[in-house]
Design a protein around this ligand. Structure first.
Ligand code: HEM
Length: 576
């Protein structure tokens, strides 16, 4: 059997052209979803693919293939669907595709394949057929021709079952045509039984040497494995036993009854009708279109073909009256053994494909592992740099703020507030003037200022404070003072001690009532060269207003002015 492409208007077949340039791929019969996609793409009417139907690689896009790692053998991806067809040409019907071109090729090959089928389940017209003859010519006329031709073909008819195009392809590893390969059914076995080696090493249309089967397995299947050989042996055994069982009981059929009525490829182990046999036994005028069977041609009628028929062919004849079979029917018609063997084949092929995919995936995983390792090294280096920076920062803190470092240590619990200063706790926090503070005095132009007030404690019975004023526009430092606020225990008496950058040191005392502290100067001292006019009295009031803002109001008396408001500022809290 020659492996031919089942696509309409495609004349590619195995052995034609440069080897390996075109590969052949089976229809995914066991993958119904993808099979439908293939059939839609192929667009052949009234045609059912079998396990001997192939599409050549020219109908697939390049990305439909992968390459096996070990030998770069081209493999069709499990998800591939054919998409490249030249359907604009005459659409091939059931059994008619590419026939004209193939006939021409056969002629050119010297008639070696004159009785061969096109390998896709259709009985091919022989080299003597007339291209002008209609396939629907009168049955009588065709019958007569067939009878004549059958007579000529008789000497080769029996061995014809083993002709290059009929004989199954020996799996790689069995080039001697040994056990008939399971994947091509019984034809190879039939050939072996006839013992005819006359067609061995026949010249293919492409001019190359082909074995008895006429095909090279390597063109459309992965390299054979031990498993394949074993499965092939199983097929051979399956056929042989079937042949032995069926041959004596099968009545001979007239030639016309051997004409195939459907496009069905050779069945496994001779259980299915094969076009190859039909082509060998059929005259060139035989057609794959249904040929009416004459009622008179009963099995008892003298057969036009007296040549002993191979058992497989007889079996084929038994089934040739049936209507076109569906895939399911074909599958059901196969013997249980064949099913099993086919399953083994499928498993064998899929496992080889899976191995190839596993190799690809393993390579990808190794590549990703390499990338991951590089990333981990980078992260490790970054972690190391972060650690070094943290150590540097800790060292700087120790050097710069020897005593604060312990306070700033992360995780260090803030000091619990001394209960003595609890009545002043509403003053705690960092506050920013909002809006800017306003300055007045009879001797001064009103002015504005920004101020930050920081009031805190470190667990001692006092509050620490600092007020820092800045120019509202230039942000230049202006007035600053810092000091302590103490409470006389168990009273609301407050002492306010302040040192100012103007050279004044003062003590104010007063009372805290609720969230209001009113204090007045108790004593004021200054440096000897303090500017005049000297301040002689100071009063202050702190309060937390209803908006949660802290307010401070300062009045003073100088040597020239009575007690007069000097400052008023409202702060908003910026820390908890
Ligand atoms: C309780 C604290 C403060 C005291 C006791 C105080 C005292 C004085 C005195 C005695 C004068 C001179 C007044 C005059 O020339 O007649 C003065 C002027 C002034 N004070 Fe204050 N002051 C205090 C806080 C502030 C603050 C917080 C600011 C804010 C920026 C401020 C801004 C000024 C300005 C701009 C002048 C006028 C120019 C100057 O003499 O430098 N003072 N202050």
């Amino acid at each position: 059997m020659v492996i031919c492409c089942a696509a309409a208007n495609c004349s590619n077949r195995q052995g034609k052209g440069e080897k390996r340039a075109v590969s052949f791929h089976r229809f995914p019969l066991k993958d119904s979803k993808r099979l439908i996609q293939w059939l839609k793409a192929v667009q052949r009417d009234n045609w059912t693919p079998t396990k001997y139907s192939f599409l050549c690689s020219e109908h697939f896009t390049k990305d439909s293939f992968s390459k096996r790692l070990e030998d770069q053998h081209r493999l069709l991806k499990p998800t591939a669907v054919p998409s490249i067809f030249h359907l604009a040409e005459k659409k091939r019907g059931a059994g008619g595709h590419g026939r004209t071109r193939r006939r021409d090729t056969r002629k050119a090959s010297g008639g070696v394949r004159a009785h061969s089928s096109d390998g896709d389940g259709k009985a091919a017209a022989g080299s003597t057929s007339s291209s002008s003859e209609s396939p629907m010519a009168k049955p009588e006329s065709r019958k007569a021709k067939r009878a004549a031709l059958q007579g000529k073909a008789t000497p080769r008819a029996a061995p014809g079952a083993a002709s290059p195009e009929q004989a199954p392809q020996a799996p790689e590893g069995s080039p001697d045509g040994g056990p008939a390969p399971a994947m091509f059914g019984s034809q190879g076995a039939a050939s072996a039984l006839t013992g005819d080696a006359g067609d061995e090493n026949a010249t293919s249309p492409a001019g190359g040497l082909v074995d008895k089967s006429g095909i090279s397995m390597d063109d459309f299947t992965p390299l054979g494995s031990g498993a394949c050989k074993f499965i092939g042996s199983l097929h051979s055994y399956s056929f042989s036993s079937k042949h032995t069982r069926e041959r004596p009981s099968v009545p001979r059929e007239p030639v016309d009854r051997k004409r195939l009525k459907r496009d069905v490829e050779p069945g496994c182990s001779g259980t299915g009708p094969g076009p190859d046999k039909g082509s060998v036994q059929s005259p060139p005028t035989s057609s794959l279109t249904a040929t009416p069977q004459k009622p008179s041609q009963s099995p008892s009628a003298p057969p036009a073909d007296v040549t002993p028929q191979p058992a497989a062919e007889a079996v084929q004849s038994e089934q040739s009256d049936a209507s076109p079979m569906s895939i399911n029917e074909v599958i059901l018609s196969a013997s249980g053994a064949c099913k099993l063997i086919d399953s083994l084949h499928s498993y064998c092929f899929s496992s080889r494909q899976s191995k190839s995919q596993v190799c690809c995936l393993r390579e990808q995983v190794e590549k990703k592992n390499g990338e991951l390792k590089a990333l981990r090294q980078r992260v490790s280096r970054s972690d190391s740099q972060v650690r070094q920076l943290q150590e540097k920062l800790a060292e700087l803190r120790r050097v710069s703020f020897p005593y604060l470092s312990s306070l700033l240590t992360p995780g260090h619990e803030p000091a619990r507030m001394n209960p003595v200063v609890e009545p002043l706790s509403w003053m705690l926090g960092t506050w920013l003037s909002d809006p800017p503070g306003a300055g007045t005095f009879p001797t001064l132009q009103p002015f504005q200022y920004l101020e930050e007030a920081h009031i805190s404690h470190v667990g001692q019975p006092m509050l620490n404070f600092s007020f820092s004023a800045f120019h509202p526009d230039t942000h230049k430092p202006m007035h600053r003072e810092c000091g302590f606020i103490r409470l006389q225990p168990d009273t609301n008496k407050v002492a306010f001690v302040s040192a100012q950058n103007t050279g004044i040191v003062e003590v104010e005392e007063g009372e805290v009532n609720g969230q209001e502290l009113c204090i007045a100067s108790h004593s004021i001292a200054r440096i000897s060269f303090a500017r005049e006019p000297h301040v002689e009295q100071i009063t202050r009031k702190f309060r937390l207003n209803s908006e949660g803002k802290l307010e401070q109001t300062v009045s003073m008396a100088t040597t020239t002015q009575p007690l007069t408001p000097h400052l008023h500022v409202t702060y908003k809290k910026v820390t908890p």
